[in-house]
Design a protein around this ligand. Structure first.
Ligand SMILES: Nc1nc2c(c(=O)[nH]1)N[C@H]1C(S)=C(S)[C@@H](COP(=O)(O)OP(=O)(O)OC[C@H]3O[C@@H](n4cnc5c(N)ncnc54)[C@H](O)[C@@H]3O)O[C@H]1N2
Ligand code: MOO
Length: 424
């Protein structure tokens, strides 16, 4: 009997089925960036909260300046000044024949119903139109207005942006910069969001040395690159990450290292030690507790997955050790799980997939396995870079896309239309 092989789609469905969004928590606005809102937010008051000026100028009665013209200016007495922040009883009253100096954002004083920009006046200096508001209110001279302003001109009405009680953001909204600004504008200092998923990343392999930890490599050793790439990929997916360096190929040491980080993690990601070698440590340490499968893909055939037992209860991904296999596996399986845990809608779990034409042929793809080839994508054309080898980190670093070679295809001619995963 041949061993069961899972398709990419079956494995993805299985890992997603285990992922449940984190419980919502109230966080200060500074911590809410990129998070998914877990409540509907309504405005407690009007925005703007009061009628205010959109210009530096003079608050007037529109009726007073209706006949103003360059050759027939209207002179108004200056009753006072309204800087931004003024309000209540401190506001001057604008009687007929009067005006008040007003700055952008300042409340419209009682009696006024329009604002004349300072450039349409003599600024109280007794000459022609000025370019800017004079620094001081003047020596009591009237202000001459050279152009009319209709009722409501240059006035931003209370509630014109958002009315009190109005819903401003629905649960499920992703909090980017403008939405955080809106929450602050309606006075929210904290909001309920789905917290970031917490990820712990470990590398396994007795051959691994932390980059920078030695001047040069001893024979047979290599630098640990997976823990850096996977930690970065998890952060790019929106997670907070603890990167543990390399753990040697000893099941006891690995179990202890996983136990240390799993209590504070939603997801534990390891690389290496999941195939059929004599020292495949992840398999040795967790065989029987987690599932180890063959997935019909290249790279990324051996995959470990499951849920660590209590008290940790974290999801566990045992990704293959070859650097390209580990990264591609992360993109295909771990990233969607992290995005689901973060509360994002299903349409945003995976990377975008587009159709594109192959700029060059694909020579060989294994029959029955979905191949993901590193490539560069530009305007509807995709160009494979490097080769299919799952150790080729330099080509991976050149790539911004993955060409999908379907299971049935063993080669593809240049010009063939293919699915392309955009890595962003
Ligand atoms: N007889 C078989 N051998 C292999 C099979 C198979 O089906 N039968 N599958 C191959 C495939 S496909 C893959 S992928 C790898 C996966 O193996 P492991 O997950 O057990 O990974 P390791 O053996 O630990 O390492 C593989 C390779 O990657 C290098 N590596 C590991 N960790 C790191 C790291 N953190 N940074 C940089 N490089 C790393 C490691 O040195 C090895 O060269 O198995 C195939 N073999
Ligand atoms: O299928 Mo392995 O994951 O590439 O080299």
């Amino acid at each position: 009997m041949s061993e069961r092989v899972w398709s990419v789609d079956e494995h993805l469905a299985d890992v997603l089925a285990e992922a449940r969004p984190r419980a919502a928590a109230e966080v200060p606005l500074e911590k809410a960036q990129g998070r998914v809102l877990a409540e509907e937010v309504t405005a407690s008051g009007d925005l703007p909260p009061f009628d205010n000026s959109s210009m530096d100028g003079y608050a007037v009665r529109a009726a007073d300046v209706a006949g103003a013209a360059a050759d027939a200016p209207v002179a108004l007495r200056v009753a006072g000044e309204v800087p931004a922040g003024a309000g209540g009883a401190g506001l001057p009253k604008v009687e007929p024949g009067c005006c008040a100096r007003i700055m952008t954002g300042a409340p419209l004083p009682p009696g006024a119903d329009a604002v004349v920009p300072v450039e349409w006046t003599d600024g109280g200096l007794g000459g022609g139109e000025v370019a800017a508001m004079p620094a001081v209110a003047g020596d009591g001279l009237p202000v001459r207005v050279f152009r009319p302003a209709a009722e409501g001109a240059h006035v931003r009405g209370a509630g014109g942006d958002v009315a009190a009680g109005q819903s401003v953001l629905a649960a499920g909204a992703v909090l980017g910069a403008p939405r955080l600004g809106l929450l602050a504008a309606v006075g929210r200092g904290s909001v309920r969001v789905v917290p970031r998923p917490r990820v712990a990343v470990l590398s396994t392999g007795s051959e691994l040395v932390a980059p920078g930890a030695a001047a040069e490599l001893e024979p047979g050793r290599i630098w640990d690159s997976n823990s850096y790439a996977l930690a970065a990929a998890a952060r790019e997916a929106g997670a907070s990450v603890v990167r543990v360096g390399a753990v040697p190929d000893e099941p006891g040491a690995l179990r202890a290292a996983v136990a240390r980080v799993a209590a504070d993690a939603d997801v534990v990601v390891t690389s290496g030690g999941v195939s059929v070698g004599a020292y495949d440590v992840v398999k040795a340490a967790f065989e029987g507790e987690l599932s180890f499968r063959k997935v019909a893909m290249q790279p990324g055939k051996p995959q470990g997955f499951g849920r660590l037992g209590a008290p940790a209860d974290a999801l566990f991904f045992g990704l293959p050790g070859n650097p390209v296999s580990a990264y591609v596996s992360f993109e295909l399986f771990v990233r969607p799980v992290l995005r689901k845990l973060a509360g994002l809608p299903e349409g945003e779990w995976g990377r975008p997939v587009v159709r594109a034409r192959l700029a060059s042929e694909v020579g060989r793809s294994p029959a029955g396995r979905r191949q993901f080839l590193r490539a560069r994508y530009e305007a509807g054309t995709v160009t494979p870079v490097g080769g299919a080898g799952s150790h080729l980190v330099a080509a991976l670093a050149q790539a911004d896309a993955l060409v999908v070679v379907e299971e049935a295809a063993t080669s593809l001619a240049a010009g063939t239309e293919v699915d392309v995963v955009l890595l962003g």
